[in-house]
Design a protein around this ligand. Structure first.
Ligand code: PEP
Ligand code: MG
Length: 584
């Protein structure tokens, strides 16, 4: 009998093959005291381990990633950087001196410290950094314990072309090594789609489903498995007819993915002739230089908080230079700079305004624009830098987490103040810089008529909007199954936003993850979306779906779905919209 399991869809694609269970490699970290005289040798032992792990990662990068660049290489590079970073290696050596303990334990104590710092930052992207540090420390500890840096899956011999790895959790290094062996698909019990392991699996194109509860105990070694990375489904011991169905789907998906390159130079125009604007979400300079080549008009979401993660407030000139060089990379294309989106819980070392208060529910606390309006000088510095950079290209300013009209008016008034100061100082800037608002708070979504009147454009942050509307933490894997972008309530909420935006004739984009998830492209087109902003790697996929969509047909199917009260549990809305296109 077929056993169906579900998890988080990480990388599209279908894999069919045999299960291989990868043992968990929980390390026991020994702690022992050292005599003063043994300390130099212990430091030497740590140095050897650091060098060995670094060499291993470098060979992995060259062998597996092949210097091809992109996020895969960048993740391995991040790990290499962390191995030699003073915050880890130097600090661990100091711990050996200070605690007179072995290197494994010194690393463990230092890891604890680093994680405490990371935990204070409630941000999924930063959380991935914490995962990285843990993974790097584990690799070094493993080398110290066994003399073998990281050969996580040597138990699997030969090529794995028809094998699906079933693991508790994997590091990016594990994923790279699995890929070298030609793994067909990956299933893990833990891990979030935001983790670097997930990002690496995506960039290497390995069909992957994460967060499949108890997968290691439910699946037996050698059992036949089907993995559908598009929907996050895993089937064990499937019936023959199901295997046939998936093999034909696999051929279809492979065709879709193979054809992607062919759309690079084509326009994002739907079958019924509607042109769609594609933008990229990025703040990384290498990606900024490529966004036009990847088919984006410009950057629809530049998360400026990345500039603030260095532990100190960047001054006006640093910010100005960064925004300016970003917009200059875009060859005339727009750069939407989102103002600082951190919260009081995110004590990212900005002691200039650290807030010792207790915030029991930080996601709903003093964050983003709320914090900026309290820290007016810091905010004005950012606004001044953005305005100055606007003299050098098409810069637009986007305010995160708006809730009320008062906030918009307060931002406008600060912008006025800053504009006057710049004018008085004779500094050039664009007086008509567009000011946009992110729609992430459900009440703001229901008040577009009111809020939108004071803004030049809107951008829906579906990541937060969905988490708030469904009361489902976007980074809590225990409720990940409740995070449903096509929940009827979310579809209604999005419909209302699109209707209201049309009524007041304000441009509306989506810059949350939904915009780059091709499963939802037809839904967004049917709702009326004409500007998508997404991570660059999704641009071609989404363009391909747009080119294969008749939007009026998608729109009619959506209305039919809503009028009929949904298609019942056996058919999801996204499936329904897909089939409506095939009925042509
Ligand atoms: C969002 O919430 O959808 C969004 C784009 O912002 P962030 O993911 O940075 O919170
Ligand atoms: Mg957000």
């Amino acid at each position: 009998m077929t056993l169906a399991m579900s998890g988080q869809a990480v990388e599209s694609g279908i894999a069919v093959g045999q299960a291989h269970i990868i043992e968990s490699r929980e390390l026991q970290i020994a702690e022992y005291r050292l005599d003063e005289g043994a300390i130099p040798a212990e430091i030497e032992r740590l140095n050897l381990a650091l060098d060995a792990v670094k060499a291993y990662l470098e060979s992995l990068s060259a062998k597996v990633i092949g210097g091809a660049g992109g996020s895969a290489e960048e993740i391995i590079r991040t790990h290499i950087f962390m191995v030699s970073d003073d915050a880890l290696s130097q600090a661990a050596k100091e711990r050996i001196h200070e605690l007179k303990c072995n290197a494994e334990w010194a690393l463990q104590v230092q890891l604890g410290d680093l994680l405490t710092q990371f935990r204070q930052i409630d941000d999924p992207y930063i959380a991935t950094r914490a995962d990285d540090v843990v993974q790097v420390v584990r690799m070094i500890q493993k080398f110290l314990a066994t003399g073998a840096p990281a050969e996580p899956i040597t138990s699997i011999e030969g090529r794995l072309a028809h094998t699906l790895a079933v693991a508790s959790e994997l590091t990016p290094g594990d994923v790279a090594a699995l890929r070298e062996r030609g793994i067909a698909g990956i299933i893990t019990e833990h891990g979030s789609p935001y983790s670097h392991t997930a990002i690496l699996a995506r960039s290497l194109g390995i069909p992957t489903v994460m967060g499949v509860r108890r997968a290691q105990s439910l699946i037996n070694e050698g059992e036949q498995l089907i993995l559908d990375g598009h929907y996050g489904i895993v089937l064990a011991e499937p019936e023959e007819s199901i295997v046939r169905h998936y093999l034909s789907k696999q051929a279809e998906t492979d065709r879709f993915l193979q054809n992607l390159e062919s759309v690079r130079d084509k326009t994002a125009r739907s079958l019924d002739g509607i042109n769609i604007t594609l933008m990229a979400n990025t703040e990384r300079s290498e990606e900024l230089q490529r966004v036009r080549h990847d088919g984006a008009l410009g950057v629809g979401l530049y998360r400026s908080e990345f500039l603030f993660l260095q532990g100190a407030l960047p001054d006006e000139n640093t910010q100005y230079a960064t925004y300016r060089s970003a917009v200059e990379c875009l060859d005339g294309g727009p750069l939407v700079v989102r103002t600082l989106d951190i919260g009081s819980d995110k004590d990212i070392g900005l002691t200039d305004f650290s807030d010792p208060g207790h915030h029991p529910n930080p996601a709903m606390g003093l964050r983003a624009v709320r914090l900026c309006l309290r820290e007016r000088e810091m905010f004005k510095t950012q606004l001044r830098a953005i305005l100055r950079a606007s003299a050098h290209g098409d810069i637009r300013c986007l305010i995160p987490m708006l809730t009320s009209t008062q906030e918009v008016l307060a931002v406008r008034s600060l912008m006025e103040e800053v504009s006057e100061e710049l004018t008085e100082a004779g500094i050039a800037f664009n007086r008509d810089i567009p000011l946009g608002g992110m729609i992430e708070v459900p009440a703001a979504a229901l008040a577009i008529h009111e809020l939108g009147r004071h803004l030049d454009f809107l951008s829906i942050g579906t990541n937060d909007l969905i988490q708030y509307a469904l009361a489902t933490d976007r980074v809590d894997e225990s409720v990940a199954h409740l995070y449903e972008p096509d929940h009827p309530g979310i579809v209604q909420l999005l419909r209302q936003i699109f209707r209201a935006a049309q009524e007041i004739e304000i441009p509306l984009a989506v810059c949350g993850e939904l915009a780059g998830d091709r499963r939802y492209t037809r839904l967004l087109l049917a709702l009326g979306l004409r500007e998508f902003s997404m991570q660059p790697r999704s641009l071609l996929e989404v363009k391909q779906v747009i080119r294969e969509t008749d939007i009026s047909r998608a729109n009619a199917a959506l209305r039919e779905w809503i009028q009929s009260g949904g298609g019942g549990a056996e058919n999801s809305l996204v499936n329904f919209l897909d089939s409506a296109q095939l009925d042509r």
